[in-house]
Write a protein that binds this ligand. Structure first.
Ligand code: FHN
Length: 449
C-alpha cells in the first residue's frame, strides 16, 4: 500500500509559527482529550490551596433523609424506590438531637481542620433552605431548619473551614435527562427532559450555597461518572463558583485526571496512584493539591447493620500514609437520623485526635516525601526536617534509600532519644531499640545538614 505524503511547509514569520503552534496544540488536545488549560486561580485561591495542603485532615459527613432507612445513601437506587414513595421519607426526618456545636467540637478534638458535608446527594434532596426547589429540609421535614446554615455559622465561629459536597447526578429532578447508569425508569420520571434546564437548576442551587452561607472553602462535586460523556457545562459552573467565591476550591470525584478549573484532585478509597477499588483507572496523579476520602466503617451514609468500624490504628495509619503521599485525609461519618453521630465513631475520632495532639507536628503543614511510599511506611517533610514514619516493621534496624541530603541528627520523635544511623552506599540504616518500636507509628525525626 502506498502512503501519501502530506506536504507540511513551516511558516517563515513569527506570527505564522505561533498560529501554527496554536492550531497544532488545539488539534492535539482534541485528538487526545487534553483539557484546554485556561483557568488562572486567583492569589486568594492559591493561598487556600496552600492552607488546604497544610490542613491534612478533614471530616466528611454524608447526611440526608435516607438516614431514616438506615441503609446507606444509595438506598433509593439499591431498593429501586420510586420517587412517589421516596418523597414520603422527609416526613420522618426529624433530627431533634442535631447539635452543630457538638459536631464541630468533635471534628476539632479529632484534629480535623475542615468539614465537607453533603448539601445534596444523588437523591436530589437539598439539606438547606433552597429557594429554587421545595424538595428541601426546611419545606419537607418536620424539623424545618436549615442544618447547613447552623453548621456554617458554627464552623465560622470555630475557625473550621466548610466545603459543600454537591451531587451533579440527581435521581429526583425530571430534567436530569437522558438518564445515566443509575436512577432508571423505576423512579417514575417522564422519559424526557432538558439537561440544560437541570444544569441551570444546579447552578442556581450552587449560587444559593455560595452566597448565603458565608465563606465556603470549596465545592466537592460527585456523580459525573453517572453520565461520563455528557456535556456537564463544567466551565460555566466552575466559572460561576470562582466568580462568586474566588477563593473556593473546586474538586470533583469524577474519578478522572482533573479538568481545567479544578483546584484539587481527589481519590476515593485509595491513596494517590493506587487503584484497589477500580475507581481510579482513568486518573493519573497530577500537581494539584490532593485528597483521599475513606469511610470510618464501610458506609458513607448511616447504615444500621454496618459494624466494620476501623480501628484507631487503621485510621491513624491511613492519615499518615496520605500525608506521605502528599494528600489530605477526608474521613467520613454518616450521622443517624436523630442528628447524632454513632458513639463508636466519636470514640475512634477521639483516639485519632489524641494521637495527633502528640504527633501532629509530623503531619500538619508537611509535604509528602522526600522518599516515595515504601512497604514499611512513608516520609513527610517540613523545612529542614524529615519525619520517617515506620508503620509496619518489627526489627531493630531498618535500611532505607538515601535521598541525596546528608543527615545532621536523628532522634525518636516520641521521647527524643537519639537514633543511631549509618549512611553508606546501601542507603541509611537506623537502629531503634525494639522496646521503642511503636505498633501504630514509630517516627524518626531527622534534621538535615
Ligand atoms: O456514589 C457516591 C457515594 O455515595 C459517596 O458519596 C462517595 C464518596 O466519595 N462518592 C460516590 C461514589 O463514587
Amino acid at each position: 500500500m502506498k502512503t501519501r505524503r502530506i506536504p507540511f511547509i513551516l511558516p517563515t514569520t513569527t506570527l505564522g509559527r505561533k498560529l501554527c503552534a496554536c492550531l497544532l496544540l488545539g488539534f492535539l488536545s482534541t485528538a487526545i482529550h487534553l483539557p484546554a488549560q485556561s483557568y488562572q486561580p486567583t492569589p486568594e485561591n492559591q493561598k487556600n490551596r496552600e492552607w488546604f495542603q497544610d490542613a491534612k485532615f478533614g471530616l466528611f459527613i454524608h447526611w440526608g433523609v435516607y438516614s431514616v432507612l438506615g441503609d446507606g445513601e444509595w438506598v433509593m437506587n439499591q431498593q429501586q424506590i420510586p420517587l412517589k414513595a421516596y418523597e414520603k421519607i422527609p416526613a420522618f426526618f426529624n433530627p431533634t438531637e442535631f447539635d452543630a456545636k457538638a459536631w464541630v467540637q468533635m471534628a476539632k478534638a479529632a484534629g480535623m481542620k475542615y468539614i465537607t458535608i453533603t448539601s445534596k446527594h444523588h437523591d436530589g434532596f437539598a439539606m438547606w433552605d433552597s429557594k429554587v426547589s421545595d424538595y428541601n429540609i426546611v419545606k419537607r421535614t418536620p424539623y424545618g431548619k436549615d442544618v447547613l446554615k447552623m453548621l456554617a455559622d458554627e464552623c465560622h465561629k470555630e475557625g473550621i473551614k466548610l466545603f459543600f459536597y454537591h451531587s451533579q447526578l440527581d435521581w429526583h429532578h425530571p430534567d436530569y435527562f437522558p438518564r445515566g447508569n443509575t436512577g432508571g425508569s423505576w423512579t417514575g420520571r417522564p422519559e424526557n427532559g432538558d439537561m440544560n434546564k437541570y444544569l441551570d437548576y444546579m447552578d442556581a442551587q450552587l449560587s444559593e450555597l455560595l452566597t448565603g452561607y458565608g465563606e465556603i472553602a470549596g465545592i466537592w462535586f460527585d456523580g459525573m461518572w453517572d453520565k461520563k460523556d455528557a456535556d456537564w457545562r463544567l466551565q460555566k459552573t466552575y466559572g460561576l463558583i470562582h466568580k462568586l467565591q474566588p477563593g473556593a476550591l473546586v474538586g470533583s470525584n469524577h474519578h478522572r485526571t482533573p479538568y481545567d478549573g479544578e483546584d484539587f484532585q481527589m481519590f476515593e478509597k485509595d491513596l494517590p496512584g493506587h487503584n484497589t477499588t477500580g475507581f481510579s483507572a482513568e486518573q493519573t496523579v497530577g500537581a494539584l493539591p490532593k485528597e483521599t476520602c475513606e469511610t470510618i466503617n464501610n458506609a458513607w451514609g448511616f447504615n444500621l447493620k454496618d459494624d466494620q468500624h476501623k480501628s484507631k490504628k487503621e485510621l491513624v495509619q491511613y492519615l499518615v500514609k496520605a500525608a506521605g503521599y502528599g494528600a489530605n485525609f477526608l474521613l467520613n461519618v454518616g450521622p443517624m437520623p436523630n442528628g447524632k453521630i454513632q458513639p463508636e465513631h466519636i470514640a475512634s475520632l477521639q483516639g485519632v485526635g489524641q494521637w495527633l495532639s502528640v504527633n501532629g507536628e509530623t503531619v500538619y503543614g508537611t509535604r509528602g516525601g522526600p522518599l516515595t511510599a515504601r512497604d514499611w511506611g512513608v516520609t513527610t517533610q517540613k523545612g529542614n526536617k524529615v519525619y520517617i514514619h515506620i508503620l509496619d516493621w518489627f526489627d531493630e534496624s531498618i535500611t532505607i534509600p538515601a535521598w541525596g541530603k546528608k543527615i545532621k541528627s536523628a532522634k525518636l520523635f516520641s521521647d527524643k532519644t537519639p537514633v543511631k544511623f549509618l549512611e553508606n552506599e546501601y542507603g541509611i540504616t537506623f537502629r531503634i531499640p525494639k522496646a521503642k518500636l511503636d505498633d501504630v507509628d514509630t517516627i524518626i525525626e531527622v534534621e538535615l545538614k
